[in-house]
Design a protein around this ligand. Structure first.
Ligand code: SF4
Length: 326
């Protein structure tokens, strides 16, 4: 591990001042400390923001839900309002990591976490995300867990967060504060596809801090859930996953929110699947037809072709679980 300095702040302005000077924010530290140990990350200064007052979960004036950036994953998953209003979020969180990690890691850190591409974490391997212009060892390497959607010549790594898939499906907004004040970024614009700059992963400006994630109010009743398919049943990242939320009234699907994980360089919203569902009556045939479009545009690599079919089946199964079968 490289030498670094450490400072702890309890005031947002102090945090922003330290961030503007180049300090790196740390809260739960469950990703960053690992990366520092592996010398993948070498921040000069850590700014511990864990004492900032960003731990509230509150219903917004418009009936949505605002989750503070420093709420622990376990606390968000267990919160009665999250559990009853958006079970897809609770389930995504509870299927993430381990109990110990969920007790430590925060919501803000969860969506900021970096890829689990093994070449990214191996400092002897070529990796454009870790070192711009060095190449991508995964393209011609073992790429079974990598992306089939949203990749570029520069990078094919997946985004590892489960909660981010639920946030993408529900069209959340990320609240930020920075030297220029507060701003809100739609979740779809917050995480960046790699393009030619895979080292840029979020649309954050220098020194900006996540303060909350807001889920908008959706029509009620809204049934939702998260399915994660992985090589083992705990403490493993998704090969594929599906976050589904459906509003059905009068026997007709009025709203459909669907996103996939484990397959994209960012959480992958599935608008074609959503369009196929809205206005229709739930049925097994509908779930199967809609799910056929889940992998539209997929470009599998040598070792992950299985993800194309697995993604369709994951989405179909979760549509059936949430929407019921007839
Ligand atoms: Fe690095 Fe991305 Fe290639 Fe993995 S897929 S080695 S993270 S450039």
């Amino acid at each position: 591990m490289h030498p670094f300095s450490y400072t702890k702040v309890s005031d947002t302005q102090d945090a922003l001042d330290a961030g503007r000077r180049g300090g790196r924010y740390i809260a739960g530290g469950t990703t960053l400390v690992d990366l520092m140990r592996e010398t993948v990350e070498r921040p000069g200064t850590l700014v511990d923001i864990s004492a900032l007052p960003l731990r509230a979960i509150a219903v917004t004036e418009r009936g949505g839900l605002r989750i503070g950036a420093l709420v622990r994953m376990a606390d968000a998953a267990a919160h009665p309002k999250v559990r009853t209003t958006y079970p897809v979020i609770s389930q995504a969180l509870e299927l993430s990591a381990s109990a110990q990690l969920r007790n430590m890691a925060t919501i803000g850190g969860n969506i900021m976490q970096r890829t689990r591409c093994t070449y990214f974490r191996d400092v002897t391997a070529a990796c454009n995300k870790r070192e711009a212009g060095s190449g991508c060892a995964a393209r011609d390497g073992f790429n079974r867990t990598h992306a089939i959607l949203g990749a570029s010549e520069s990078c094919v790594a997946t985004h590892p967060s489960d909660a981010a898939v639920a946030f993408a499906a529900l069209e959340a907004t990320v609240h930020l504060v920075g030297p220029g004040g507060e701003r809100r970024v739609p979740f779809a614009d917050f995480l960046l596809r790699p393009g030619s700059t895979p080292h840029r992963e979020q649309s954050l400006q220098k020194g900006e801090l996540i303060i909350a994630v807001e889920i908008p109010a959706h029509s009620r009743p809204l049934k939702s859930g998260y399915l994660k398919v992985r090589d083992r049943q705990s403490y493993e990242f998704a090969l594929t996953s599906a976050a589904v939320a459906l509003h059905v009234r009068g026997g007709v699907i009025r709203e459909a929110k669907v996103a996939a994980g484990g397959v994209g360089t960012v959480p992958w919203k599935l608008p074609a699947v959503e369009r196929h569902l809205v206005g229709e009556r739930p049925s097994s045939a509908l779930w199967a037809e809609a799910a056929k479009q889940a992998a539209d545009g997929a470009r599998p690599l040598e070792h992950n072709r299985f993800k194309v079919e697995l993604l369709k089946r994951t989405v179909e199964r979760q549509l059936r679980t949430v929407g019921g079968t007839k």
